[in-house]
Design a protein around this ligand. Sequence first.
Ligand code: SAM
Ligand code: SF4
Length: 329
Amino acid sequence: MIDPFGRRISYLRVSVTDRCDFRCVYCMAEDMQFLPKRDLLTLEELDRLSSAFVAKGVRKLRLTGGEPLVRKNIMYLIRSLSRHLDSGALEELTLTTNGSQLKRFAGELADYGVKRLNVSLDTLDADKFKAITRWGDLARVMEGIRAAQAAGIHVKLNAVALKGFNDAEIPSMMEWAHGEGMDLTLIETMPMGEIDEDRTDRYLPLSQVKRDLAERYTLTDLAFRTGGPARYVEVAETGGRLGFITPMTHNFCESCNRVRVTCTGTLYMCLGQEDAADLRTPLRASEGDEALARAIDDAIARKPKGHDFIIDRATRKPAVGRHMSVTGG
Ligand code: SAM
Ligand code: SF4
């Protein structure tokens, strides 16, 4: 799959549910309306859809959500998808998770070939953790991280940088993560979906965070990439890596190799654009995958050059109406 700008699409992110056991304030409103269950693709359909992309050259598959590990029977899907790792068609099968269910599932994930996980963690302070996730329990996430590491899975932490919330804590989080053998990646807040608070107040440009860190630490830019949009530095004092995902201050679209499918089979060619393709109809229209393959090709041919994220201080409206939990971040 090559898009109109010559970018090879080799990375698919699949949001397996829009539901979650947390309500992070920058991601969701507290009384979120979720999709009716009947609109969801079944696990078999998610498997067929993902496998169609693998047949078209996707080498890296990431399950996300909502919280992927709260989808009922999710291990059935992961076990089934692991056949593409066994065959060599897929290089990597991975997940982005809030870690709440990891203690229970870490062993099975490792058994099914999951070697790396991204765990989202915005603070190491239990009270602040409760405040930012509304419903989360830090101790449980920590147990989950430890269980994953004990199962031999390499954990990377993702933290959304939030002004007045965790900016002062970034150095200590980084030192802790690096001390535990984990990379840490910082993410800027993106204006996606209506939430209960005003994102403009929380927006913290990572260019500023990086400048502040450079006063305390020796940062060296690295060429290292994980296939994602993060740019990494090495921190001499900790020996660890720190990543920056900067959709707002830096346009990372030139090297975009990914597309996203929602749990209803809607394909988004760009996280920051509304254009989408319905893959559920061709998926359900026939048992064969020809119509599905055609619909995927048509959609890739429309992949836009990039996003138009701006945090609009005048209207205070999100740039994209859907929540991150729909397209999966
Ligand atoms: N529930 C899982 C988790 O939290 O890791 C997976 C889905 S979550 C939507 C994926 C990532 O998106 C998380 O790291 C989360 O912090 C991030 N995220 C959610 N809303 C965001 C926003 N508006 N701007 C930037 N990142 C956001
Ligand atoms: Fe749930 Fe992840 Fe969104 Fe937090 S960021 S509410 S854990 S989907």
